[in-house]
Design a protein around this ligand. Structure first.
Ligand SMILES: Nc1ncnc2c1ncn2[C@@H]1O[C@H](COP(=O)(O)OP(=O)(O)O)[C@@H](O)[C@H]1O
Ligand SMILES: [Mg+2]
Length: 660
């Protein structure tokens, strides 16, 4: 149950996942999405506008003229002069209104930033919820074979790790990256408007940063993915050791386990250090380049100011401009807006890569083909008409009929559910080249008890898996009341078969709820009756809370035999016409079994029963016993016939040949 075999995902799949995520957002939250995009742009432009105001307006149009006036002797107090006499040449407003505009831009920026964070988090939570819903919905319809091929750990980690890293990416990384790109773009545009020469300086440093980032990010990215995989492996190991605690203890494996765990943990440590080492060099390096750029612009700009060099930008293509302190200040701020996002994006890159890998695993699971059901014959409640034919009714009658709709438009016909099962020349293999069952033929008349015996791995459970269509047969036919089971709706087929599995599964909930699982609308009295029938009543009464005792962890607080008794009660309450019991009493002691057998006989009365039993004493009274070996039926007949034959069954029965 470890996560160590999770496939790494191809780049193409990651791109596809991004596109599908985008489509999901556009479908469910188009309004919010545009609001978020708009807010991100507002934030970016507010940032740039701030820089513009500080440099071009405050310094160039207020402070500088006031200082000039002081120097020229027009005033003795530059501050009051600025407050009262200076107006912005760009906007034609005074100092205080200009400050208010600046404050306004600032507040708008904050509000927009709050807006996009809030709504993006909302979208991310919503998508996360939808994905979990989709996954669970889809999982309910996956064929049993899917769970043969995927460990629980794998499936669980899609729900937990993958869904969570996806939310992280949507809520944080994507808005951050979008805002980074928009900010860079806005900053670059305004730089071009302001001055080409300094813009080129910023661009050159920016390119240098880009390559530096790429270099480090690709190196750390590799280790981040390795770190993630090692994390999965370590978690898988822990998970396995928790569920296998008892085995570990009886074999005295504790010490060896600790060593093994330390190995995993050490590797995780190494990979984390590597990943973070590069990531940790990156930020200081980018920051240092940022400082270098600052110094360069201040130096070059300062020289331009001193030497009265003429600059050029889109805003003054023809006239050109003289460099001013304000312009240099603005430029320093723009350059910061331009280069800072590069580092920020680099930090998000790993999150995005991992989240997209997770997203493609999520989509791989939701794309997994579901169990197909081309069946059309339905099981319905029925009553008898005057001729003894079934008539469909909606209420429970305890009688069932098959409903056959006819595609040629003629009337729907009904036939009684009798419980006759014919298996004819069936071949089957779980995997294509490994045939598990060969030419199995079994006829069960209504009310007959058919037993399967044979060594472990002979294919007994497999036959029951085919009857309820957990798997589809490769060759041959299975008919139920002379209807090919492929034509019966799967849900109805399974409803008509009561199964007690070899490995009993109880759910978290009370004993009462677990028995009622067999028939959801059963009354309390029906539950008690079923429990008594299965001989489970006595031990249930002795539980701390009786029928209201809460079972956890698959009923771990009960003995295996007690769990089997509950499973039998669960089937008894469903009252199905055909029963399949796969070693249903294998963990129950002989004495209890003798008692259960009475109840079982009552449950089996009037039903077709397939029984697989470990203890041959329990199947002696079967109508037919099939001896299975290596997927073939090697002997068939009644107990007496088989004993007389002195073949494999005889040897098994007399103990000359041990079962398992
Ligand atoms: N889900 C599965 N996938 C692949 N092979 C399986 C699966 N279940 C059982 N088998 C194989 O099919 C054979 C028959 O198994 P099974 O019917 O469970 O035997 P029995 O119930 O008689 O002990 C065995 O060789 C087993 O390894
Ligand atoms: Mg079995």
């Amino acid at each position: 149950m470890s996560t160590n075999k999770r496939p790494e995902v191809m780049k193409g799949a990651r791109k596809g996942a991004l596109k599908r995520l985008f489509m999901m957002i556009m479908k469910d939250y188009p309004g919010y999405f545009f609001l978020v995009t708009f807010a991100i742009m507002v934030v970016a432009f507010a940032g740039v506008a701030n820089s513009f105001f500080v440099g071009n307006i405050l310094i160039d149009e207020f402070i500088q003229p006031s200082l000039d006036a002081l120097e020229a002797g027009l005033t003795t107090n530059a501050y009051t002069y600025m407050l009262n006499n200076v107006t912005s040449t760009t906007f034609g407003i005074g100092f205080v209104p200009s400050l208010m505009v600046l404050g306004g831009i600032f507040i708008i920026g904050i509000l927009a930033s709050y807006t996009y964070n809030f709504f993006m988090a909302y979208i991310a939570q919503g998508i996360q919820k939808e994905i979990r819903d989709n996954l669970f919905d889809h999982m309910q319809n996956l064929p049993v074979s899917y769970f043969d091929q995927h460990t629980h750990g794998d499936v669980m980690s899609v729900y937990t790790n993958d869904v969570d890293s996806l939310r992280e990416m949507l809520a944080r990384s994507i808005p951050m990256m979008t805002s980074s790109i928009v900010t860079m773009f806005a900053a670059f545009v305004i730089m071009l408007f302001t001055d080409f020469y300094l813009a080129i300086v910023v661009l050159l440093v920016g390119v240098l940063m880009f390559f530096l980032t790429k270099f480090f990010a690709s190196r750390s990215g590799r280790h981040f993915i390795k770190m993630q995989m090692e994390l999965g492996r370590t978690n898988g190991y822990i998970e396995e050791m928790i569920s296998g605690q008892k085995v570990v203890k009886v074999f005295n494996y504790e010490k060896k386990n600790v060593e093994e765990f330390k190995k995993h943990n050490e590797e995780l440590f190494t990979q984390s250090v590597q990943a973070n080492r590069y990531a940790n060099i990156l930020m200081p390096a980018v920051n240092q380049l940022g400082n270098l750029q600052y110094a360069l612009i201040a130096l070059i700009g300062g020289l331009f100011v001193i030497n009265g060099v003429k600059g050029l930008g889109f805003s003054d293509l023809l006239s050109g401009h003289i460099y001013s302190m304000g312009l240099i200040t603005s430029f320093l701020l723009y350059s910061k807006s331009f280069t800072q996002p590069i580092g920020q994006m680099a930090m998000q890159l790993n999150t995005v890569t991992m989240a997209l890998a997770g997203a493609s695993r999520i989509f791989a699971m939701t794309d997994e083909p579901v169990e197909i059901d081309e069946g059309y014959v339905e099981l319905v409640n029925a009553r008898e008409d005057e001729n003894g034919n079934p008539v469909e009714v909606s209420e429970h009658t305890g009688k069932w009929a098959w409903k056959h709709p006819h595609t040629d438009g003629s009337q729907t016909t009904y036939t009684w559910l009798k419980g006759k099962i014919n298996v004819n020349g069936v071949d089957f293999g779980y995997v294509p080249n490994k045939i598990v069952l060969h030419d199995i033929t079994v006829y069960a008349e209504p009310g007959q008890k058919i037993a399967f015996v044979g060594p472990t791995g002979a294919g007994k459970t497999t036959i029951t898996n085919l009857l309820n269509r957990f798997y589809d047969i490769a060759d041959g036919k299975i008919r139920y009341d002379d209807i090919n089971i492929n034509k019966i709706k799967k849900a109805d087929l399974r409803r008509s078969l009561g199964m007690v599995f070899q490995d009993t599964k109880l759910f978290t909930g009370t004993v009462m709820e677990n028995i009622r699982y067999g028939k959801l609308d059963a009354s309390d009295e029906e539950v008690y009756k079923a429990a008594k029938l299965a001989n489970a009543d006595t031990f249930i009464q002795q539980l701390p809370e009786g029928y209201n005792t809460v079972l956890k962890n698959g009923g771990a607080s009960l003995s295996q035999g007690q769990r089997q008794l509950l499973a039998i009660a669960r089937v008894a309450i469903a009252n199905p016409p055909v029963l399949i019991l796969d070693e249903a009493t294998s963990s129950i002691d002989s004495r209890t079994e003798a008692m259960v057998t009475k109840g079982m006989d009552a449950i089996m009365e009037g039903r077709t029963v397939f029984v697989i039993a470990h203890r041959l004493s329990t199947i002696k009274n079967s109508d037919v016993i099939m001896v299975l070996d290596h997927g073939k039926i090697i002997e068939r007949g009644t107990h007496d016939e088989l004993i007389a034959k002195k073949g494999t069954y005889y040897q098994l029965y007399t103990g000359a040949f041990e079962l398992e």
